[in-house]
Write a protein that binds this ligand. Sequence first.
Ligand code: F0G
Length: 502
Amino acid sequence: MRVMAINSTGLQPGQGAGGEHNCSLAPLPSDVAKALSSVSLRCVECSALYPGIEAGRSPRYRCDCGGVLDVEMAFRIPGHSSPEAQDLEASGDGPTTGGLSHDNMPSAGASLRQLFDERAANPPIWPISTDKLLLDCSGVWRYRELILPAPERYVVTRPEGNTGLYPVGVENCGGGRAGHRQIGAFAGLELFFIKHEGENPSGSFKDRGMTVGTTMALMLGAKAVACASTGNTSASLASYAAQAGMRGIVFLPAGNVAGGKLAQSLAYGAQIVQIEGDFDDAMRLVEQVCNEQGIYLLNSLNPFRVEGQKAIGFEILQQLDWQAPDWLVLPAGNLGNTSAIGKAFRQAYELSLVDQLPRIASIQAAGANPFYRSFKQGFAQRESVYAETVATAIKIGDPVSYTRARRVIEESDGVVEEVSDAEILEAKVVIDRAGIGCEPASAATLAGVRKLVARGVIKRDECVVGVLTGNLLKDSKTGIPQEVGESVVAATIEAVRSALAR
Ligand code: F0G
């Protein structure tokens, strides 16, 4: 494996945002300009602050120093009159954040819990003449005060979210779910939940960020959107771009995308550019071409995508009746999701939605483990590797959201673990046989939980939520028996009886 140390932005000098080929934006509609006036972007490296959108400049994805940007906004809490709550400055990931504040916001937390619970309690009703989807039905826009103040007419939603949270621990899985208990037994946990983000409309958690990213694209008047992807982001982008009537362009590492994901992008009508290189090459190129041609970039480098993925965290907390778990465990590749869920938990804690900050464990494939390598050195140095793993979704050697995710691990007293391909495939069989199923990268979660429990990092009686990020059908080959020859029998009752007796 090739390993190299690089600077903390992951960019070579002079590779920052901007450039002479950027097209200027047309003036924004007044409702968009007003909505975005409460949004700022803060560099996670140098803390420079930029407006959410800059007049006459195409969208900014990086600071002038090359650092990645994080959304900061003034939260508006409906029905809450105290000035602090009305204009609470959400702390970003910037170093200026300081310590976590929690005790000054108890009434904001109660107001928000009530608001979100009322929205979740209403059944979806679609007036026949409606020209819009009701935002409360989306597991992202239900939390819109904490996500993006988008005027309703721009929101592009399927709707997404509302994914299952399965109790699978030895103790909490319940009598009628002996199959699910196998997952808890494998992990060695009494109180264990599986959050299945593969139940989103396009089959992965990416839809949570994509609904917000595509909404931003529409607000900004973009005609085309693009991303680099190991497959799920591209499937999601293709779906949402098609819904919004935009041109979707996806950059894929040639030969390294699972069949189901490729089929989705093709079927939804995106333009596919297969790069003769790896994901990291595709990422570098898509960023460059988007900046050159004014195409709206929808990788998690886009800070608004991260805001949407925060909803995974909010929804888990709501499903647990606002009791924070002890641990949240998830697979990690480009580190957007670690950043997003960590940010959601921090904001939920600061707003007193919950009283405890869960610890976060990011799990990497051993062959694609730059974040793990940095963690092992106390984050002394940002690492990059040439990635190789059977879990193609997380086959990423130079993660874009390194700094954001590092903050999440440090702030939450979290950990980063690595698991081998054999461990990933072993865990996948357990999840599949329990009748839940997932794609290979998602199984890194269970493999990681099992390892952390065995090492005593996670205690057997702690409450753990593990995220499954993608649907089983995304990859029908890896880790699934392909031989069905023996199961073919003659169409007679005798042949069937003898097959069942085997
Ligand atoms: N699990 C699945 C199924 C994924 O598709 C991804 C990322 C991850 C985990 C890792 O999440 O990048 O936020 O750390 N897939 C991206 C894509 C890279 O292009 O679909 P992350």
